[in-house]
Design a protein around this ligand. Structure first.
Ligand SMILES: [Zn+2]
Length: 274
């Protein structure tokens, strides 16, 4: 008799021998064992609004994501790679079927979960404060549609939060986060001093532009090296002060769904100050 059967299995305990158990609103929808790897599972689940998805590894670590989506069908794709890295994404639709690769339709929501390593991974890099590419939330050479939500996981408090992103290069803008980490501001990439994506800006010119920028609605200042912060504990999530070399290449900007980016209109600001 195993210890587990002796003591009974709690509702949240991993399934026997599972290296990953996936639950939606507390119900197990997928179980992956070491012998399954590499693999992909694609459970489809009907959900009420505000579903919670939990990924639990064999050590009991839980990556929990609360989705602010409406009711419908959740079509999950969970991949475990040979290095025991786990990637997952999902589409929420009104339909019970969603063949893989089907483009998102009106009313559909795509969600990408922050990848993570399972307990069996021989080496898991420390990605604290790293950018979206390092975290596997965006991929170089692939353009992510803007209607995909990113479910990020704070390095400090461990709670997940939903963010949206946009490709600053394609939008022809440079972006700044407020010191509070709550607001995102964009400026025309051609504006003098604008730190255009994938360029090494002149620090002095950036400072001049920063001084021209209006404060965020909460009174904090926008600056090129401000971090994007966890909305739960305020810790830096993308920490450009600690990872300055990542800044020029971080050409996807983040914002919170209820706080769309603010556009800095240099022309009207100029005339307003005349
Ligand atoms: Zn946090």
């Amino acid at each position: 008799m195993s210890l587990r059967s002796l003591f009974g299995r709690t509702a949240t305990a991993p399934v026997d021998d599972a290296i990953l158990t996936v639950r939606v609103d507390g119900n197990t929808v997928a179980t992956i064992r070491a012998g399954d790897v590499p693999c992909e599972v694609q459970p489809h689940v009907q959900i009420d609004s505000g579903a919670t998805i939990a990924f639990e590894d064999s050590a009991g670590a839980v990556h929990r994501h609360d989705l602010s989506v409406g009711s419908g069908w959740l079509h999950l794709s969970v991949r475990v790679h040979p290095n025991f890295g786990c990637q997952a994404d999902a589409v929420v639709t009104a339909r019970s079927d969603h063949p893989p690769g089907t483009p998102l339709g009106d009313g559909d929501t795509g969600i990408r979960f922050q990848p993570f390593f399972l307990a069996e991974a021989p080496a898991a890099p420390d990605l604290s404060g790293c950018g979206l590419f390092a975290r596997g939330l965006h991929f170089g050479g692939q353009v992510t549609p803007g209607d995909i939500l990113l479910s990020c996981e704070c390095d400090v408090c461990g709670k997940a939060f939903i963010a949206r992103s946009f490709h600053a290069g394609f939008a022809d803008v440079a972006y700044f986060y407020s010191a509070s980490g709550r607001y995102t501001l964009t400026v025309d990439a051609a504006l003098e001093g604008a730190p255009a994506p994938l360029s090494e800006p002149d620090p002095a010119a950036v400072s001049v532009l920063e001084a021209r920028l209006p404060p965020a609605p909460d009174g904090t200042r926008f600056a090129y090296h401000n971090p994007f912060r966890c909305p739960h504990c305020n810790a830096p999530y993308i920490d450009f002060a600690a990872q300055p070399t990542q800044r020029p290449g971080e050409y996807y900007a983040l914002y919170f769904p209820d706080t769309p980016p603010i556009r800095f209109d240099a022309a009207s600001a100029h005339f307003a100050s005349e």
